[in-house]
Design a protein around this ligand. Structure first.
Ligand SMILES: [Zn+2]
Ligand SMILES: [Zn+2]
Length: 173
C-alpha cells in the first residue's frame, strides 16, 4: 500500500518513491513466477491530477521457473512498466465507469493488482532455458542441449523382430 496523502490532493504535485517490497504469493504463472517473498524493486512516480493520483513506474524482480521443453530450472529477471490512474474514492464517477477504474482507498494505493497484471502480461507463455532449446529426447528423455550428438541406433526390440519375421513368412505363403 502506498500513501498518497503527502500529495495533498493538489493537482500537479508529485513524488518519487523507490522501495523494495516482498513479492506476494502467486505472482506470475505456474511455469514462471516471482518467488514469494523475493525482493521486488519499485520505482514510482505519484502525480496528483484532478480526479486522483496517476502512478507511473517500473518493477524489477527475480524470476524462477522451468523450461517448457527440457524442464531445466530457469532463473531470470523481469522488469515491467506500468501506469494507472487511481481515482479518489469520494470522486463522483459517471455510472458506467465505476467498474473499470482503480480506486484509492482512503488515499492509499493498492499496487498489487497492477503489479500482477503487468508481470503476467510480460511473461512468455512458454518459457525456454534458451531460445532454441532442443528439448528432450523422445526415446530416453535425455536433455538434448547437454548432448548435441545424441542418437539412438535404430535397434528393433527382439520381440518386434520376431513378429516382423512371421509377417514376412505369411506374406510369402
Ligand atoms: Zn530447455
Ligand atoms: Zn535418447
Amino acid at each position: 500500500m502506498l500513501d498518497t496523502r503527502e500529495l495533498g490532493r493538489r493537482p500537479g504535485s508529485e513524488r518519487q518513491v523507490s522501495r523494495t517490497v516482498a513479492a506476494p504469493a502467486d505472482l506470475g504463472i505456474e511455469v514462471l513466477h516471482v518467488p514469494e517473498g523475493s525482493p521486488v524493486e519499485l520505482d514510482l512516480r505519484l502525480e496528483a491530477v484532478m480526479e486522483g493520483v496517476l502512478v507511473t513506474g517500473t518493477a524489477q524482480a527475480p524470476l524462477a521457473g522451468e523450461c517448457a521443453r527440457c524442464l531445466e530450472p530457469i532463473s531470470d529477471e523481469i522488469e515491467v512498466r506500468f501506469q494507472e490512474l487511481f481515482v479518489y474514492d469520494d470522486h463522483a464517477l459517471p455510472e458506467d465507469e465505476d467498474n473499470e477504474v482503480s480506486m484509492l482507498q482512503d488515499d492509499l494505493v493498492d499496487l498489487e493488482p497492477l503489479l500482477r497484471d503487468a508481470v503476467v502480461l510480460a511473461l512468455p507463455f512458454q518459457p525456454l532455458c534458451e531460445e532454441d532449446c532442443p528439448g528432450l529426447c523422445p526415446e530416453c528423455g535425455a536433455r538434448l542441449a547437454d548432448d548435441p550428438g545424441h542418437a539412438h541406433e535404430a535397434a528393433i526390440d527382439p520381440r518386434w523382430a520376431a513378429l516382423a519375421e512371421i509377417k514376412t513368412q505369411t506374406e510369402q505363403n
